[in-house]
Ligand binder design. Sequence first.
Ligand SMILES: C[S@@+](CC[C@H](N)C(=O)[O-])C[C@H]1O[C@@H](n2cnc3c(N)ncnc32)[C@H](O)[C@@H]1O
Length: 204
Amino acid sequence: MARTWQDILHTFEHFLKAPHEIGAVLPSSRFLARRMMKAVDLKQANSIVELGAGTGAITGELLLHVSPGASVVIIDSNPEAVAILNRRLAGQKNLRIILGDARELRNILKENQIGNVDAIVSSLPYASLGEGTTRHILSAAADVLTPQGHFVAFQYTPLLRKTLEAYFEIQSSEVELRNFPPAVVYRCVAKENKKERLNLKNIA
Ligand SMILES: C[S@@+](CC[C@H](N)C(=O)[O-])C[C@H]1O[C@@H](n2cnc3c(N)ncnc32)[C@H](O)[C@@H]1O
């Protein structure tokens, strides 16, 4: 989906009201959306979750790349963004749009009778959500991924790396300059040993 004035206005207004919640002044560019899709193996994915869909800057590209029949769940905690998504994507097959908190990922999947997922695409602004919330979400994301599943996230600063490494192995990190602001895209797999993740969580 190309960025529209409605997306730009929504993002800017959301930023003025709750900057920590959105962490951006503009929706992501198509270059960033494409780089995210290059990082995630969607051909092999039967179930995909997007966290922090906003008005769909990444979702549009995601829906172009998913295999027919794959189920997609997109989650955002902002009611206005979800209303826009519902209007735009109504009737899209195998897509569920959920107004919810990414911290509740395990419950959201359970309520929707979805087991583990093959890919999680995240645009959440971890730097502004704070360490506690970030760890809560990353821990849930690592728990619900299949062993070969990928977690792909973009960030505007390299600060997330250390926290990410508590839950995931980072397979690659690439910078996309054609976005405002430029962003780093991380591609990760969950650490195999759940105990190791839990121990790290307890130490922190
Ligand atoms: C940087 S914007 C990304 C929007 C869009 N995906 C893009 O790339 O332009 C971050 C989005 O995360 C959402 N968000 C923030 N905290 C959240 C949470 N705990 N659970 C779900 N969504 C959240 C915000 O409402 C916002 O739409």
